[in-house]
Design a protein around this ligand. Structure first.
Ligand SMILES: [Zn+2]
Length: 74
């Protein structure tokens, strides 16, 4: 249980444990990555990398949520 909780607090971009990042769909982005993301320009390698991380980590959980919702609706 404790392990699960701490894994959820790992930044999806740098993988570091963080206590006060932003949480999207149960995934955490630490404040330093959030700062980088906000300050880097769209279209740069950095931006693409962060975007990829967000896609990889957030899209599956959004899809999973939708599947669960569909199952409830059936
Ligand atoms: Zn981070």
């Amino acid at each position: 249980m404790y392990k699960d909780l701490s894994a959820k607090n790992n930044c999806i971009i740098c993988g570091k444990h963080c206590e006060n990042g932003i949480i999207i769909k149960g995934k955490v982005i630490c404040s330093s990555c959030e700062e980088k993301l906000v300050s880097c320009e769209i279209g740069t390698d950095f931006y693409e990398y962060y975007k990829d991380c967000i896609k990889k980590h957030l899209v599956p959980s959004i899809l999973r949520d939708n599947v669960e919702m569909n199952e409830y609706l059936r």
